[in-house]
Write a protein that binds this ligand. Structure first.
Ligand SMILES: Nc1nc2c(c(=O)[nH]1)N[C@H]1C(S)=C(S)[C@@H](COP(=O)(O)OP(=O)(O)OC[C@H]3O[C@@H](n4cnc5c(=O)[nH]c(N)nc54)[C@H](O)[C@@H]3O)O[C@H]1N2
Ligand SMILES: Nc1nc2c(c(=O)[nH]1)N[C@H]1C(S)=C(S)[C@@H](COP(=O)(O)OP(=O)(O)OC[C@H]3O[C@@H](n4cnc5c(=O)[nH]c(N)nc54)[C@H](O)[C@@H]3O)O[C@H]1N2
Ligand SMILES: [Mo]
Length: 672
C-alpha cells in the first residue's frame, strides 16, 4: 500500500520497542494518593476482577465500562466490545474514535446509507482533475499518502485546500481558501449558492440519484456570496473560482478531515460539503470523483466497525436492531436478551464517571484522555472519582499515572493482527519480534479477566481465532469481512470490504450504481449554521484551533519518548501571526499564556505569517502546563457527539511571571 514509504513516526517507531521506560510488570496502587508498586499478574488481575464484582453488586452491570481506541487491531477492538457486552453485561463502552471522525461517520451514514471513510481507493486520487481538501493536512498527518496527490498534480490536477493556516498541504495546492475557523458550513453553502446561480448543478444526476435537493436549494438561497464572504473571510472571487473548478472538471473530489469535522456542528458541516458534492454529481460518478473523509489512526477505520462504539455490534451492526442482535448473539453463543442496549458516547461517559448512574470501574485501553479529551481538567476530576481505574498500556501515560491498576501490554511489532485503512482495505500485520518477558497481549488480558468472571471460554487469545469469529459476526453486515481470510491477505490479495465470501474480489469502489439507502438514492439534507456556544468577546478575543505536528502523535505518550522525534520538536508551541504577536508584545520563541474560561496553558510562541491574524493554532501532543485540552470546550455535536476541538474563543498574553515556566515534560515517573 505505501510502497515502502513511511512517515517519520513510522521510521522511528522501533525506538520504542526496547525503550527503558517500557512497562514490563503490572503495577497496583494500595491507596489513593499512594505510589504505584510492582505486582504479580495474579494479584493485579484479581484486584480488577474483585473491583468489577463489587461495583456491579452494588450499582448494577452498567457500573463497569470500557474506553477503547482506534489504534487497537480489529481483533482487539472486536474482543473489547464483546468483553463489555458478554463478560460484563454492560452497555458502557465507547472509544476515542468518537473524538476523531464521528461527525463524518454520522454525515456519511445519513447521506449515503453507510460509512466507509473513502468509498474509493487512494489510487483514484491521481485520477481527479480537481481535489478539494477541507480541514485536512495530509502533508503532515499522512505523508505516505502524499504520493497520490503528487501524482495527480504531475498529471495537471488542480488542488484546493481549505484551512485557516497555510499548511504544508496548502503550500502544494493551486488555491488556498483561508476561512475563519468554524465557518465551513457557511462556506460550503455559499459555494452551493454560486453553483446554483451559475447553472453548474448536475441536474440529471440530482434527478436520478438523489433525494431532498428541493429543501437544500431553498435553504442556500439565503447564502448570499457577499454575506458568506463577511462570515468566512473567503472572498466571493475565491469561492467562485473554487466551485467553477470543481464543476468544470471531468472528475473531482471533496475530501474532509478533522478541521471540518471536529466541531459542535461537525455533522451538519460535513453534510454541507456532501450537499455540494451531490449537487455537482460527484459521488458514484466513477474513478476520480466523490466525497470521502481521511481517517486518522492506524486502525481508525476498522476500529469503528466492530463494536467499540456505544450503539454498535461487529460488522457495523446495531445494538438497537433485533435482527442484528440475534445474528451476533448466535455467533457469541448467548441469548440475544443477554445483550445490553446502547450506551453513551465517549465524552458523556467520561463526564459521568463516579457519579450516580455513571461508571464506577473503568477499563481504559489504547487512549490517553487526560491529554486528549476536551475540558481535560474536568475529565481528570472524573477519573479521580472512580472506584477503580484500570489502564492497559506499554508506557505509563498521564492517564495510567492516575490508575489503580496498570497492565503492561504488547506493541505493534509483537503480535499478529489486522488493520483496516481509510479505504476499507484490510491489512494483515505480522508479529516481528517477541514481547519483553512479563508483558501480555490485550487479548490475553481480556481472556484472563473474563476467566475470573466465569466466561473465559468465550474469549480466545490467538488473533487468528478472534479474527475467524469476527468474520462470522460481520457476515451479512455492512462491513462484511466474511470473505477476507488471513490466508488470502498473506497471499498478497488486496481486499476491501464488503467481501461476503472467499470467492468475492472485495469492493474497492462503492456507490457506482446505487446507494445503500432504502430508495437507493443519496440524501441531501438542508443544514443551517448554528450560533457557536461561545463567540470571541473582549475577554477572549481570538479563536483557538488545535491539531497536529508532523513529528508527534496524538497524546504524545509514544512520540514524546522517541529521542529522534523529541530532538525534532522538543516542546509544545502556539502558532501566531506576527502581527498578532507584535500587538501582544510577544517575540518569536517567547512564552505565551493562553486562557479560556476552563483553564490556561503556557506555550512557546511560533510566529508564522501563514496563519490568520485572528487565529491561534496549538498541537495537542503535550501534557503538563502545555496541555491544550485544558482550554478546549466540551460542547458536543447533537448527532455525532463530537466535541468542539477545533474552535473556542481564547485570550493570549505574554507569559512573564515565574510560574510561567514550561513544566518539565515528564515522561519518567516510573515506580522504583
Ligand atoms: N503527525 C501526525 N499525524 C497524524 C496524527 C498525529 O497526531 N500526528 N494523528 C492521526 C489522526 S488520529 C488523525 S484523526 C489525523 C488528522 O489529520 P488532519 O485532519 O489532517 O489533522 P489536524 O491537524 O487535526 O487538522 C487538519 C487541519 O484542520 C485545520 N483547521 C482547524 N480548524 C479548522 C476549521 O474550522 N475549518 C477548516 N477547514 N480547517 C480547520 C487545521 O489548521 C489543520 O491544519 O492525523 C493522523 N495522523
Ligand atoms: N485538542 C485536540 N484534542 C484532540 C484532537 C485534536 O485534533 N485536538 N484529536 C482527537 C483525535 S482525532 C484522536 S484520534 C484522539 C487521540 O488521542 P488518544 O486517544 O489519547 O490517542 P493516543 O495518544 O494514541 O493514545 C493511545 C494510548 O494507548 C497506548 N496504545 C497504543 N496502542 C495500544 C494497544 O494496542 N493496546 C493498548 N492497550 N494500548 C495501546 C499508547 O501508548 C497511548 O498511551 O485525540 C483527540 N483529541
Ligand atoms: Mo483521530
Amino acid at each position: 500500500m505505501n510502497r515502502g514509504g513511511l512517515c517519520i513516526k513510522g521510521v522511528t517507531a522501533a525506538e520504542l520497542l526496547d525503550h527503558p521506560e517500557r512497562l514490563t510488570a503490572p503495577l497496583v496502587r494500595d491507596r489513593r494518593g499512594g505510589p504505584l508498586r510492582v505486582a504479580s499478574w495474579d494479584e493485579a488481575l484479581d484486584r480488577v476482577a474483585a473491583g468489577i464484582r463489587d461495583a456491579q453488586a452494588r450499582y448494577g452491570a452498567d457500573a463497569v465500562g470500557a474506553f477503547g481506541g482506534g489504534g487497537l487491531t480489529n481483533e482487539k477492538a472486536y474482543q473489547l466490545g464483546k468483553f463489555v457486552r458478554v463478560a460484563l453485561g454492560s452497555s458502557q463502552i465507547d472509544y476515542n474514535g468518537r473524538f476523531c471522525m464521528s461527525s463524518a461517520v454520522a454525515a456519511g451514514t445519513r447521506a449515503f446509507g453507510m460509512d466507509r471513510g473513502l468509498p474509493f481507493p487512494f489510487e483514484d486520487i491521481p485520477l481527479a482533475e480537481v481535489v478539494m481538501l477541507v480541514g485536512s493536512n495530509p502533508a503532515d498527518t499522512m505523508p505516505p499518502a502524499m504520493r497520490f496527490f503528487a501524482e495527480g498534480r504531475e498529471r495537471g490536477a488542480r488542488h484546493i485546500v481549505v484551512d485557516p493556516r497555510r499548511t504544508a498541504t496548502a503550500e502544494l495546492a493551486q488555491l488556498h481558501l483561508q476561512p475563519v475557523p468554524n465557518t465551513d458550513l457557511s462556506l460550503a453553502g455559499g459555494m452551493l449558492h454560486i453553483a446554483i446561480r451559475d447553472g453548474l448543478v448536475d441536474e440529471a444526476y440530482v434527478a436520478s440519484r438523489t433525494s431532498g435537493f428541493g429543501d437544500v436549494r431553498r435553504t442556500v438561497r439565503a447564502y448570499w456570496p457577499d454575506r458568506v464572504e463577511r462570515t468566512t473571510g473567503v472572498s466571493v472571487a475565491e469561492m467562485t473560482e473554487a466551485v467553477h473548478a470543481l464543476a468544470g472538471a471531468r472528475s473531482a473530489m471533496i475530501l474532509t478531515a478533522r478541521g471540518a469535522e471536529q466541531h459542535a456542528d461537525g455533522t451538519d458541516t460535513v453534510q454541507a460539503w456532501i450537499n455540494l458534492a451531490l449537487a455537482l454529481g460527484l459521488p458514484g460518478r466513477g474513478p476520480g470523483s466523490g466525497w470521502g473523509t481521511i481517517t486518522g489512526q492506524g486502525n481508525g477505520q476498522g476500529g469503528r466497525e466492530h463494536g467499540q462504539k456505544a450503539d454498535q455490534l461487529p460488522g457495523y451492526r446495531r445494538l438497537a436492531d433485533p435482527a442484528d442482535r440475534a445474528h451476533v448473539a448466535a455467533v457469541w453463543g448467548i441469548d440475544p436478551d443477554e445483550l445490553p442496549g446502547p450506551g453513551v458516547s465517549a465524552y458523556e461517559m467520561l463526564d459521568r464517571l463516579g457519579t450516580e448512574g455513571g461508571v464506577r470501574v473503568l477499563l481504559l485501553a489504547a487512549s490517553n484522555p487526560v491529554v486528549s479529551a476536551p475540558n481535560a481538567r474536568h475529565v481528570v476530576e472524573r477519573l479521580d472519582a472512580l472506584d477503580l481505574l484500570v489502564v492497559t498500556d506499554f508506557f505509563l501515560s498521564e492517564s495510567a499515572e492516575r490508575a489503580d491498576v496498570v497492565l503492561p501490554t504488547t506493541q505493534w511489532a509483537e503480535e499478529d493482527g489486522t488493520l483496516t485503512n481509510p479505504e476499507g482495505r484490510v491489512l494483515l500485520r505480522r508479529k516481528a519480534v517477541d514481547p519483553p518477558p512479563g508483558v501480555r497481549t490485550d487479548l490475553e488480558i481480556l481472556h484472563a479477566l473474563a476467566d475470573r468472571l466465569g466466561r473465559g471460554e468465550l474469549f480466545p487469545t490467538d488473533p487468528a481465532d478472534v479474527y475467524a469469529e469476527l468474520r462470522r459476526a460481520s457476515a451479512g453486515g455492512t462491513a462484511d469481512y466474511a470473505g477476507i481470510s488471513y490466508e488470502r491477505l498473506a497471499a498478497g490479495e488486496q481486499l476491501f470490504w464488503p467481501c461476503p465470501d472467499e470467492s468475492h474480489p472485495g469492493t474497492p469502489r462503492m456507490f457506482l450504481d446505487t446507494f445503500p439507502t432504502p430508495d437507493g438514492r443519496a440524501r441531501f439534507v438542508a443544514v443551517r449554521p448554528r450560533a457557536a456556544a461561545d463567540r470571541p468577546d473582549e475577554e477572549y478575543p481570538y479563536l483557538l484551533t488545535t491539531g497536529r505536528s508532523r513529528s508527534h502523535y496524538q497524546s504524545g505518550n509514544q512520540t514524546r519518548r522517541s529521542p529522534t522525534l523529541q530532538a525534532a520538536v522538543p516542546e509544545a508551541y502556539a502558532e501566531l501571526h506576527p502581527e498578532l504577536a507584535g500587538a501582544l508584545g510577544v517575540a518569536d520563541g517567547e512564552l505565551v499564556r493562553l486562557r479560556t474560561p476552563r483553564g490556561s496553558a503556557v506555550l512557546r510562541a511560533r510566529c508564522t505569517p501563514g496563519i490568520r491574524r485572528d487565529t491561534v493554532f496549538v498541537p495537542f501532543h503535550w501534557a503538563g502546563e502545555s496541555r491544550v485540552n485544558v482550554l478546549v470546550s466540551d460542547a458536543l455535536d447533537p448527532i455525532s457527539r463530537m466535541p468542539e476541538f477545533k474552535t473556542c474563543p481564547v485570550a493570549v498574553e505574554p507569559a512573564t511571571t515565574s510560574d510561567d515556566r514550561l513544566e518539565q515534560q515528564s515522561t519518567a515517573n516510573l515506580p522504583a
